[in-house]
Design a protein around this ligand. Sequence first.
Ligand code: PRP
Ligand code: URA
Length: 229
Amino acid sequence: MSADNGAQEKGVPVTEQYWDDSRLTVLDHPLVQHKISILRSKDTTTKQFRELVRELALFEGYEATRDFPLEPVEVETPLETCTAHRVAGKKVAIVPILRAGLGMVDGLLELVPSARVGHLGMYRDPVTHEPHEYFAKLPPDVESRTCLIVDPMLATGGSAIAAIDYLRKAGVADIRLLVLVACPEGVSAVLEHDPEVRVYACQMDRELNDRAYILPGLGDAGDRIFGTK
Ligand code: PRP
Ligand code: URA
């Protein structure tokens, strides 16, 4: 963060690259910022919120799969035969952190329809903010897959770190964490905890409040996706 953290920075930061870490990608696209702005509004309905989370996950998945290897394939077009390219057998698992991560799964499955889906259930203790694991079910060959952990919010980083640790223990080498809204505290915690993980965020927000909610943020993502508040 810049040192002159004055009133004008109460606004939403635009995606200037103030974070010097090649393992962090903050999406820099006007449509992403536009959609995130709608997502933030307290007046956005549950239906709209859900649709936006799905769409943003799709944009983010596009960025997080950019380095997938290609192999040549011969294709007969109506006019001639050419050498085109297809993804070279990359196996993917999408791993939502329950509940809110579920909202991002469909968007990613549109991009990678052959992906398997594993689930990790975590809830954050409202007082200590520590994550508690209550469910886990992963594909049997998860260790051979690129795992995209998805969760709209990266706050203290506790839930993401617990999910990363769970996948590392299961033998997963390639882990990418996809969040919609991050904050410096959460990003630092995750990058410092795991030397290999890559983090993708649609937007980097300012800070956490004293209840470990992201500011300006969008509130409780799970409640807004499922209409439970
Ligand atoms: C939210 C969010 C993340 C976590 C982020 O989930 O979806 O999983 O908090 O906070 P952290 O970075 O400080 O761990 P929550 O525990 O509220 O559960 P929910 O998805 O069921 O609403
Ligand atoms: N979880 C949320 O859903 N929102 C926050 O701002 C922090 C944690």
